[in-house]
Design a protein around this ligand. Sequence first.
Ligand SMILES: *[C@@H]1O[C@H](CO)[C@@H](O)[C@H](O)[C@H]1NC(C)=O
Ligand SMILES: *[C@@H]1O[C@H](CO)[C@@H](O)[C@H](O)[C@H]1NC(C)=O
Ligand SMILES: *[C@@H]1O[C@H](CO)[C@@H](O)[C@H](O)[C@H]1NC(C)=O
Ligand SMILES: *[C@@H]1O[C@H](CO)[C@@H](O)[C@H](O)[C@H]1NC(C)=O
Ligand SMILES: *[C@@H]1O[C@H](CO)[C@@H](O)[C@H](O)[C@H]1NC(C)=O
Ligand SMILES: *[C@@H]1O[C@H](CO)[C@@H](O)[C@H](O)[C@H]1NC(C)=O
Ligand SMILES: *[C@@H]1O[C@H](CO)[C@@H](O)[C@H](O)[C@H]1NC(C)=O
Ligand SMILES: *[C@@H]1O[C@H](CO)[C@@H](O)[C@H](O)[C@H]1NC(C)=O
Ligand SMILES: *[C@@H]1O[C@H](CO)[C@@H](O)[C@H](O)[C@H]1NC(C)=O
Length: 740
Amino acid sequence: MELSRLLLLCLVTVWVLAPPAAAPTTADVPVSLSPGCARNARCGGIDVPYPFVIDEQCEIRPGFYLNCTTEGGTTTLFRGHPNFEVTKISVQDNKVWFKTYISRQCYNESTKDMMYNDAMLNITNLPYVLSADDNKIIVLGCNSLAYMLSNTYAVGCLSTCKDTIPKVNGSCSGKAGCCQMDLPRGVRYYHGYFNPLYNTTQIWRTNPCNYVTVMESAAFNFSTTYLTSSVFYDRDQRRTPVVMEWSIAPNTTCEEAKINQTSYACVSNNSYCSTNDAGYVCKCSDGYQGNPYIIDGCTDINECIVPNRCPAGNCINTLGSFTCLCPRGQSMIGDVCMKNQKSTWMAPVVGASIGVVVLVVAVTCAYLILERRKLQHIKQKYFRQHGGLLLFQEMKSQQGLPFEIFSEEALQQATDGFAEQQVIGHGGHGKVYKGVMKDDMEVAVKRCMTIDEQQKKEFGKEMIILSQINHRNIVKLLGCCLEVEVPILVYEFIPNGTLFHLIHDNRSRHISLDTRLRIAYESADALAYLHSCASPPILHGDVKSTNILLNGDLTAKICDFGASILAPSDESQFVTLVQGTCGYLDPEYMQTWQLTDKSDVYSFGVVLLELLTRKKAFNLQGPEHEKSLSMVFLCAMKENKLEDILDDEIKNSENLEILEEIAELARQCLEMCGANRPSMKEVADKLDRLRKVLQNPWAHKDPEEWDNLLGESSLVNSGALSTGNFSITKRVAMGLESGR
Ligand SMILES: *[C@@H]1O[C@H](CO)[C@@H](O)[C@H](O)[C@H]1NC(C)=O
Ligand SMILES: *[C@@H]1O[C@H](CO)[C@@H](O)[C@H](O)[C@H]1NC(C)=O
Ligand SMILES: *[C@@H]1O[C@H](CO)[C@@H](O)[C@H](O)[C@H]1NC(C)=O
Ligand SMILES: *[C@@H]1O[C@H](CO)[C@@H](O)[C@H](O)[C@H]1NC(C)=O
Ligand SMILES: *[C@@H]1O[C@H](CO)[C@@H](O)[C@H](O)[C@H]1NC(C)=O
Ligand SMILES: *[C@@H]1O[C@H](CO)[C@@H](O)[C@H](O)[C@H]1NC(C)=O
Ligand SMILES: *[C@@H]1O[C@H](CO)[C@@H](O)[C@H](O)[C@H]1NC(C)=O
Ligand SMILES: *[C@@H]1O[C@H](CO)[C@@H](O)[C@H](O)[C@H]1NC(C)=O
Ligand SMILES: *[C@@H]1O[C@H](CO)[C@@H](O)[C@H](O)[C@H]1NC(C)=O
């Protein structure tokens, strides 16, 4: 029962809070408001500033109409469904506060079983994203393992109480009864979900329920009563506040927006454009406030309203700023007004002024020098934190290591200052930029997201291992930059996109079975190498078709070791984290919390399926039972309908036996229990054999003669099979079994 629930990961749909937006969003929408539409509305006690409107006719950009409805004496402002309630809107910060649902699992006394209320949020077509800075994923419970599954990523957190119920109210300590995690950036969809193996059947008398929710971190204070009663769930009708960033035009950058001045939304004088996780937004310049989306919306701030702005003199407000003036007969010296002296005193005063100027210059210089030193110091600190010293020592002892330490400036230059248009990929752990170094060499530069102290220490060590890997099917790490807060890695640049792109994006392109098998073999070989070249083995942790790059002649190159570098190395007692990509995630890993080499084998099995079927691993749009490719495949195998799902392009009578072999191999990789899956080495060997079989055109002659010829399995490996007949199915399968 647990397994089937786990298999349904990413699949369960409970509540869709936001119905589809009315029209597809584009940036090319005019900004002017029709006559009769209010620029600033109010609903209940909430201000609804433009571009938000409460009159549907006035909606200028999709997603900005909010329904203000009074029912039974209470007024609510909401989007789509009355439960998707808005509590506050800020134009200044481009944020909007919503209420979102809590997921829970509870013990039900009458059925003596666990019951589940899973919550889901879907704002895919709206111009909002969940704010990664303001929200946290919060898990409450004494025996609870909960995940937040988003479009592509799954993160999980384990909350236990270790025998006793915690006795302290306050923050979420992560030690007992509560655990919290950062939210990935750009999340527009999530589903709170519990692992049923962690439940309250044993402790229900004191802790009946576990909870998981995404909520504004500032609005959360841990209370022991959240564990023992249902107040957390009930206090606001099963909801918690959540902060979203909104954008005037989703998925549009400032540069793109400025191209069309007619639709460019930052219309106020003294406003500017800025890009956030949702798209582009407008802001009033420094010294101005108001609404940048309205002509003349940004008005000057009167700084002089603040009492004592000028401690000694008169405050004079100017556009965008202010100045302090001294009363008549006095002048400003430093920060204070001093009485003007008689002319005989003029010389000393002038002297003093010059002295002050000289002093100021000197102090400024000293300050700048100090700052520079401080910066140097900080850079050195980061360098040490990231294992820089360790790395240098290692490199001294191993001369000739083709691994370079790049300076921050060099990488800034190579990537145009990490410009958005240089971005060639987004990973769960950071962005990848294309860069051109001084010597015209093209590189891929990966900037990681923030990582915590523990992970920083591990980082240097991991990088040494990666820098020593030299395999023709693994993207080469050329060097790194350690003097910045978050590490930057520099890889060789692979020009031909990803395997995902090859299989799914250009449908008309023919890909022969031979090419597919070669790509599969090369990837498997690279992973097998990773698993065997170091001890403990290097686990990739996020094998998927978007992490297999292709160069000019479609040679596969495994990339993105973000997950393997950053996988927590020790099993911390209370809090652990699991990450992966929906559709590829090993169900056993989700249960046991332990990443093994067999987790990579599982994910690779899914890649094999993509190659065989040319279908995506995970299809959010599909009907429930067809979302996960591995589910579809395993069902087809069970019902002997493999042929139905194979890609027509490679499906023909000559290939059929080999295709069945590959499918069988994929099935073994997808075994529920990791121990039953073949090792990566076995997978690579088998794919290699199949390739050779495919490349050698045999005539169907005499099966027995063939059997004799192939009496020893070593022959199968040798590739010396240019004549004779075959019963490959039996042969290769045997080869694999003997290898185990
Ligand atoms: C989210 O909503 C969009 C449209 O509103 C829909 O196309 C998509 O399938 C939904 N996603 C999920 C996982 O339900
Ligand atoms: C610019 O935006 C206006 C207003 O929506 C639109 O009519 C026009 O076609 C756009 N121009 C270009 C070049 O996209
Ligand atoms: C606003 O919400 C109410 C209550 O759900 C509904 O009856 C009404 O049709 C909605 N208005 C619009 C314009 O969608
Ligand atoms: C327990 O389960 C029963 C049967 O499904 C249901 O009627 C009852 O409401 C549940 N109890 C609680 C507290 O939800
Ligand atoms: C923004 O882009 C993402 C990813 O490309 C896509 O899933 C999403 O639907 C887009 N959102 C809108 C509102 O266009
Ligand atoms: C924590 O707060 C709740 C409610 O505010 C209170 O009932 C409980 O006694 C407090 N627990 C402790 C240990 O202070
Ligand atoms: C509760 O957890 C235990 C131990 O993991 C497991 O054996 C049991 O099946 C679970 N019970 C339910 C109802 O999920
Ligand atoms: C959380 O606790 C702190 C300190 O006790 C308090 O200042 C703050 O207002 C509380 N926040 C909430 C949302 O209750
Ligand atoms: C806005 O700025 C432009 C040029 O900077 C100026 O010509 C125009 O008069 C300004 N408008 C207002 C209302 O200040």
